[in-house]
Design a protein around this ligand. Structure first.
Ligand code: ATP
Ligand code: MG
Length: 208
């Protein structure tokens, strides 16, 4: 690696309740499309828009993210939000990560098309776009065209920002909500998750 090359780093944030193959496949697709060196998975203990009662304890979610990413040397986990009190906002996270990495590093925050629609309601989205690029990856059921429909002018403007890049992917139609529901109802979920995570959920009786 040349000395003058800027490290390109991906950051994938989420509640990961639990992490599933849709997250990992999306991260891998973005890593390839944007030639990123590594992807840092950031578990949000207290995401702003999620129902509190459905939220598994943060340390357990973080542990499953660590298990899911352990076999990929280019996937890392960070406790940056775990160890910060209060609501988890992406703009604060990127700011903190930027202090921990060499100043020349370039950050790409990865989010699915469904999350991109909500950008205007995030904390300080304009400042976020000064701190990093946004890599918006396809998610089955959320097309780019549909994402733009019914969006506020502000949301539309944010998605048109030059720091927003779209990564087309076939995508995997998996959500944590669906996984939790399947576990609760005793339906199959094993092959929607990395093996160690599926086993952990089954053995501990999580989400039942
Ligand atoms: P929940 O159903 O609980 O909302 P989720 O499956 O949407 O869970 P999150 O933790 O909410 O997972 O998502 C974290 C990030 O990963 C978001 O940016 C989301 O858009 C993205 N993401 C989640 N699942 C997929 C998927 N199957 N394909 C692409 N992106 C995804
Ligand atoms: Mg979600």
């Amino acid at each position: 690696m040349g000395k003058l090359r800027r490290a390109r780093l991906g950051v994938m944030g989420g509640s990961f309740n639990p992490i599933h193959l849709g997250h990992l496949f999306a991260a891998d697709e973005v890593m390839h499309a944007l030639s990123l060196e590594e992807i840092i998975f950031v578990t949000s203990p207290r995401p702003p828009f999620k129902e509190e009662s459905e939220m598994l304890e943060a340390e357990t979610r973080y542990l499953m993210v660590a298990m899911a990413t352990a076999t990929n040397p280019r996937f890392r986990v960070s406790r940056v939000e775990m160890d910060r009190p209060g609501t988890s906002y992406t703009v604060d996270t990127i700011e903190e990560l930027r202090k921990k990495y060499p100043a020349r590093s370039e950050f790409f925050f990865i989010l699915g098309m469904d999350a991109a629609r909500e950008l205007a309601s995030w904390k300080e989205p304009e400042r976020l776009l000064e701190l990093c690029s946004l890599a918006v990856v396809s998610r089955p059921g959320f097309s780019k065209r549909k994402a733009a429909e019914g969006l506020s002018p502000e949301g539309r403007e944010l998605l048109g920002h030059q720091g927003v890049v779209f990564v087309e992917s076939q995508g995997l139609d998996i959500s944590s909500t669906e996984v939790r529901k399947r576990v609760k109802e005793g339906r199959p979920f094993r092959y929607l998750l990395p093996d160690p995570v599926a086993r952990y959920i089954a053995d501990r009786g999580i989400y039942r």
